[in-house]
Design a protein around this ligand. Sequence first.
Ligand code: HEC
Length: 296
Amino acid sequence: MNMKLYANRFLFLRFLFSCLLVALPLLSFANTGGSTASVMPEGVPDPKDLLDILILSICIFVILVLLYMMYLLNMLMNYIKPAAARKPLFAGLIQKLSDAVPIEEEHSILTDHDYDGIRELDNNLPLWWKYMFYLTIVCAGCYIYYYHFSGVGKLQIAEYQEEVATSEKEVEAYMKLAANSVDENNVKRLIDAKKIESGKTLFLQNCAACHGKGGEGGVGPNLTDEYWLHGGGVKNVFKTIKYGVPEKGMISWKTQLSPANIQEVTSYILTLKGAHPANPKAPQGDPYEEEDITIK
Ligand code: HEC
């Protein structure tokens, strides 16, 4: 086979390969976009990303098929044309892009290097390669300006901190929701000072009229002693407040206070034990053994 024909035949394949090299990074770029905002669990691709990839893949496939059809058509045309007019597909364009010296003139760029008969050409760098290299330099400049000087682009640490802040907000919202799902079966005594303070405010607003400002008792029983009519401990107290003892003058609070509020006021009442307020009401009910003495 004629060497020239052989080289030309592979020109087109080289062209296709270059297209692929350009397309692949583009594909991976499209794949990473927008995934930070996703709420999908780790490892499960976001359907939106999948759609992007699908559309891009179809586009690339269509382009490749079109190119292949042009290639076939060109082969057919070459078949009809006289030998002198035959040309490989995109010969001119590829010639321009590669900036390679045509095979007939290669002797002009042959160097005097000779390694066991293998000789070296001093071809120009392909134009597409050279300009892509220049482009990377421009991109690097833009990148440095965008991320380090403009104040618009966020570096990894800033991005990370932003994500942490968003997550913390989500956690807070979730905890609020979770706090309101407490009931007498799963309620735990709160020890957080802020929650206790909030429980105290609720107590002074709603309960002090009958139980006294210090829980010493009045219309209602003393809440600071060890005697309980309906059981002490976080679960019993929560239950008494939630459902009340309506026939004895203690209303049910579940329509006025959220479960989280009842939990707070319960936790506050439990801190009153042994407070010895002035004018304590005489003990009522039975002494109650704290079932959970580990929390102080
Ligand atoms: C209108 C008066 C009144 C108000 C207001 C009131 N209580 Fe009571 N509370 C009572 C009475 C009366 C009892 C005793 C019920 C009984 O004899 O069974 C009681 C009982 C209790 C008990 C049970 C004590 C025990 O010994 O078992 C708890 C706990 C309690 N109240 C908490 C609260 C809390 C918390 C609030 C505010 C959110 C509140 N109460 C508001 C009148 C009141």
